[in-house]
Design a protein around this ligand. Sequence first.
Ligand code: HEC
Length: 329
Amino acid sequence: MKKFFPVYVRVPLLFALFFFAVEWLVGGDGEKPAFMEHPVVLILLGLFLFALIAVEIVASATNKILDRLMTPEERAAKEAETSLPFSQQPWVKKLMSKLTKTKTIQEEADVMMDHDYDGIKELNNELPPWWVGLFYVTIIFSVIYLLRFHVFDGDNQVVEYEKSVAEAQLQIEEYKKNAPDMLTADDAKYLTDPADLAVGKKLFDSNCMACHKIDGGGSIGPNLTDDHWILGGGIKNIFHTISEGGRPGKGMVPWKNNFKPSEIEKIASYVISLNGTNPADAKAPEGDIIWSKANLEEGAADAAPAEESAPAEQVAPAGEVASTEESAI
Ligand code: HEC
């Protein structure tokens, strides 16, 4: 043994084992190791190290004394023993014979059975204890398994799977909260949740009212409440207008650097919610594209996937003006 684990390996190894065992048993909150959280653990670790070193010193002292007391023959025998290869060491041999209970060739006659198949004979060997032990372990395991999963309803694979999916879903939500928004005009949806519209209204009131008036009736910018659109109605076009701006030189700047895409989606939804509100002193309609909230509802009524590509939503991109006939179908 000493050959494989000299003292400078043995002590740190045992100490590390003890350290991790304590860490595992006492357990910190995952952030700090246990010995930082509970000072008692530090004392315990110190004591263990002290005891280890003490044992080593005592053992080496006794060895030295024993060595001195040995006769030269005894010393030679001991040296011969320690220089044997690993598999020939007496303790290894003893262990192996305990684990396998094999008979030596000389003893085979004792276990020979009287079966004889064309000269092939059979030995009635004992089952090797390592194998029997393993077999008992599987029986114990199966009892625990049975109780845990079939009597006390432990989580089976399906439940475990669902739990980890739910956990991952939470992590994705968390990631989305902090990650830069990936939303583009193409995936933008008309949000009807009052909470989303409230956020949209707040951002609209503080950023857009200067040109579109608080009620969307329009002043420098066009009226956003009527059915006439210069740059196109519908969530995708309005999202695009807000993030990329209007025609050059008209005063509607791109807002994509001021808002996250998810915020633009909310503002655009709020703009849509203003459609048809007919505020007092509204600006005269501008733009040849006709689009109203009713287009959305029609789309929703027949609930066809075609809703996404409703013709009114596909009006000309910023800069081009589609003809009324095309867009008003
Ligand atoms: C500096 C004034 C100004 C501000 C501030 C402003 N806009 Fe505009 N907006 C305009 C003008 C001018 C146009 C017309 C652009 C054009 O003709 O190309 C316009 C056009 C639009 C359109 C397209 C209307 C249509 O008929 O197609 C939408 C939608 C819009 N603005 C929304 C917003 C939102 C939302 C905000 C706040 C984030 C905002 N605007 C802030 C001046 C402004």
